[in-house]
Design a protein around this ligand. Structure first.
Ligand code: THU
Ligand code: ZN
Length: 140
């Protein structure tokens, strides 16, 4: 993906920020996932009075993509707006890895028009895979 495409995906993630429901942490997160056939799905975090029930922005974006029938993710963007330092948490890395290969780029907005770029394999090497469980998800 070209840098301009990265910026465009981050922009889509930023569009989700205002919808974030974050009365507890007041930390808005937006995510966008690009699917293999070029569609973009976004998500925001959705918190809960039972703190541990929070839905993460990446989970919401992945869930939205899967609901629409997409099971291959080819790029990811995550933002917390003007705040620097956001990256997908460990749980979200595993969720993304279910649908994305090791070489999928993950763009983490630094809040100033720039981004840090990682690959999914860098963020979560040696992830557990369906194959390790002897399962072919496409056959399910
Ligand atoms: N959060 C996400 O939405 N994605 C992540 O991977 C990191 C954390 C949210 C959860 C919570 O609503 C807030 O950020 C503070 O942790
Ligand atoms: Zn997370």
């Amino acid at each position: 993906m070209e840098p301009t495409d990265a910026a465009a995906l981050i922009e889509r993630a930023r569009e989700a920020l205002d919808a974030a429901y974050v009365p507890y942490s007041e930390y808005q997160v937006g995510a966008a996932v690009l699917t293999a056939d070029g569609e973009v799905f976004t998500g925001c975090n959705v918190e809960n009075a039972n703190y541990s029930n929070a839905l993460h922005a990446e989970e919401v974006a992945v869930g939205s993509a899967v609901r629409a029938g997409h099971r291959s993710i080819t790029a990811v963007a995550v933002t917390s707006g003007e705040r620097d330092g956001v990256t997908p948490c460990g749980m979200c890395r595993q969720t993304l890895a279910e649908f994305g290969d090791d070489d999928v780029p993950v763009y983490c907005d630094t809040g100033d028009g720039e981004w840090n770029e990682y690959t999914l394999g860098e963020l979560i090497p040696d992830t557990i895979t369906p194959g390790m469980l002897g399962i072919d998800p496409d056959a399910a």
